[in-house]
Design a protein around this ligand. Structure first.
Ligand code: AMP
Length: 219
């Protein structure tokens, strides 16, 4: 299955993508995670990405698209993939279509996670992520770890993303509305979009997502 996950920052895309990817046995391809890996490795791309990510704006399309193309060519992505955080604008969506056409494949579906804006801000402000695995996500109020600052899953150190500050979140939300939301319409024209509410327990959202993807595959 080849799926794109969309939704505002704080919708739980990373959490759901990791769970869905495991269930569907396909790799979770997160452009945010790929940039963060480049930042921790101190690559040239990481240096560029960090300066832009800290402001909440988008990394230039050219480098982002090249990075995704490279990732999708790796053998583990041959049976399918779950894209999280890409495409982020119409130019990237058009580029993805061209890349997949080149590979002789196409998307199976686009899952749109819907969350009210005040909830998004609450979620992001308290979000803490494990340094060992970005799929281990906690919240200081809603999903607090047993020991403050320590990952329940692997004992790793929990940290607050540098771009999870209130000011940057506002920019990221604005960027989402102006640049990313139009891709939903772009994919609607291809009949690919299923929207699900992303409120409730993590497991409930995952169940909704799986049901939506199955319905999409059968329809
Ligand atoms: P995320 O982890 O998906 O919330 O992404 C964090 C940040 O990485 C974004 O605010 C952007 O600065 C950058 N980023 C992630 N994905 C993309 C993309 N597809 N295009 C441009 N910038 C991106």
């Amino acid at each position: 299955m080849r799926i794109v996950l969309v939704g505002p920052p704080g919708a739980g895309k990373g959490t759901q993508a990791a769970l869905l990817a495991k269930t569907l046995s396909i790799p979770h391809v997160s452009t945010g995670d790929l940039f963060r890996a480049n930042i921790s490795q101190g690559t040239e791309l990481g240096l560029l990405a960090k300066s832009i990510m800290d402001t909440g704006k988008l990394v230039p399309d050219e480098v982002t698209i090249a990075m995704v193309k490279d990732r999708l060519q790796q053998s583990d992505a041959a049976p399918g993939f779950l894209l999280d955080g890409f495409p982020r604008n119409t130019a990237q969506a058009v580029a993805l279509d061209a890349i997949l056409k080149d590979f002789g494949i196409a998307l199976d579906g686009v899952l749109d996670l819907e969350v009210p804006e005040d909830e998004v801000v609450r979620r992001i402000a308290g979000r803490r992520i494990c340094r060992n695995d970005s799929a281990h996500v906690f919240h200081v109020l809603y999903n607090a770890p047993a020991v403050e600052g320590v990952c329940d899953v692997c004992g790793g150190e929990l940290y607050q993303r540098g771009d999870d500050t209130e000011e940057t979140v506002r920019t990221r939300l604005e960027v989402y509305h102006t640049e990313t939301e139009p891709i939903i319409e772009y994919y609607e024209k291809q009949g690919l979009v299923t929207t699900i509410p992303a409120l409730g327990k993590v497991s409930e959202v995952t169940e909704r997502a799986i049901a939506a993807l199955k319905a999409n595959a059968n329809g």
